[in-house]
Every structure is written in structure tokens, then in C-alpha cells.
Design a protein around this ligand. Structure first.
Ligand SMILES: Cc1cc2nc3c(=O)[nH]c(=O)nc-3n(C[C@H](O)[C@H](O)[C@H](O)COP(=O)(O)O)c2cc1C
Length: 164
């Protein structure tokens, strides 16, 4: 089963976390991961993906405008029915990363995606709306991002066992 991990990153933080999410998803047998920056998305791979992660830096306490623009325009392929999950990086705890996640989740719902995070249902570490890494605990957050990638990949396999 294919899973796409899409991210926007200007200074590398979100890209680093996208790589960690990819590592977690790849740990699930049967999963093939495609990791793409927003400006180099492989449309065929995305189209064939059953699950899609979106990663964003927090800008002005919200999703970066680059993702807003991407969602405003016609999608490169239908996103409806795919499982979706989100992650964000930010400078500060009060910097609005949760709003960045929530905004992305809203865009995904509008496109007809099924959204998932594991929430509190998977126990610790908790990922209520998705995974967040702040500047002050960036390195420590990597373990959570790996688990997040793995959890969402397992859920995708559970929902789409045939992987097609
Ligand atoms: C235009 C701009 C606006 C930002 N606004 C916020 C913000 O509101 N809250 C916050 O915590 N960090 C903010 N940041 C910091 C970034 O979210 C943070 O450095 C992020 O990890 C950058 O991701 P990247 O390295 O993948 O580009 C802002 C950065 C930029 C460039």
C-alpha cells in the first residue's frame, strides 16, 4: 500500500520531521512511502496512495499560506476517500501549531478525505490533532513523530487491507 508524505519546508524543520514520519510509516510491513515537498509532488504516486500526510510550518498561528494555496487550487488527483493525517512544526508552544493542524484538517475534510491522528485512543504519546514539534523540544519530538507515522500507516492498512 502506498502512502504519500507531503510537506512544505523553508528552513528544513518540517522536512526533517517528514523524514521521521516516513521512517515510522516504512516500519509497517506492506507500506511503500513516497516523500515529496509541495513543489515536487509525484501525481501518480499520490493518486495511488491510500493515505496522505501533510506537514506544515506554523505561520502567523496557522497553516503556511503555501498549503492554503495548494488546497485552493484543483488537486492534482482526487483526494476524496483517502486517509489523511497532519503534522506541524512551530517556534513556540503558544505559537498556534494546533490551529495550523486544525486548518489543514478542515481543508482535507472539504476535499472528502478521512482524517485520523490516533488522538488519545492509542495512549501515550498523545497526538490529539496530529504531531507537533516545537523549537524547544525538536529533538525529543522525533520519537513521537516516528510513532505517529507508524500509527497512521497501521490504520491505513486496517482500512484498506488490499492496499489498492
Ligand atoms: C512567516 C513566518 C511566520 C511564522 N509564524 C510563526 C507563528 O505564528 N508561530 C510559531 O510558533 N512559529 C512561527 N514561525 C516559525 C516557524 O513555524 C518554524 O520555524 C518552523 O519550524 C519552520 O519550518 P521549516 O523549517 O520547515 O520552514 C514563523 C516563521 C515564518 C517564516
Amino acid at each position: 500500500m502506498k502512502i504519500s508524505i507531503l510537506y512544505f519546508s523553508q528552513t528544513g524543520n518540517t522536512r526533517t520531521m517528514a523524514e521521521i514520519v516516513a521512517e515510522g510509516a516504512r516500519a509497517v510491513p506492506g507500506v511503500e512511502v513516497g516523500l515529496f515537498p509541495l513543489d515536487a509532488i509525484d501525481k501518480e504516486f499520490l493518486d495511488a496512495s491510500k493515505a496522505v500526510f501533510f506537514g506544515t510550518p506554523t505561520y502567523l498561528a496557522s497553516t503556511c499560506w503555501q498549503w492554503k494555496k495548494w488546497f485552493d487550487e484543483p488537486a492534482p488527483c482526487p483526494l476524496g476517500g483517502k486517509l489523511g493525517a497532519v503534522f506541524a512544526t512551530a517556534n513556540f508552544a503558544q505559537g498556534g501549531a494546533d490551529i495550523a493542524l486544525q486548518t489543514l484538517l478542515c481543508h482535507m475534510l472539504v476535499k472528502g478525505m478521512l482524517v485520523y491522528s490516533g488522538g488519545g485512543a492509542c495512549g501515550s504519546p498523545y497526538t490529539h490533532l496530529g504531531a507537533v514539534a516545537l523549537r524547544e523540544n525538536f529533538e525529543e519530538s522525533k520519537a513521537l513523530f516516528r510513532i505517529f507515522g507508524e500509527r497512521v500507516a497501521r490504520k491505513a492498512l486496517e482500512l484498506f487491507p488490499e492496499g489498492k
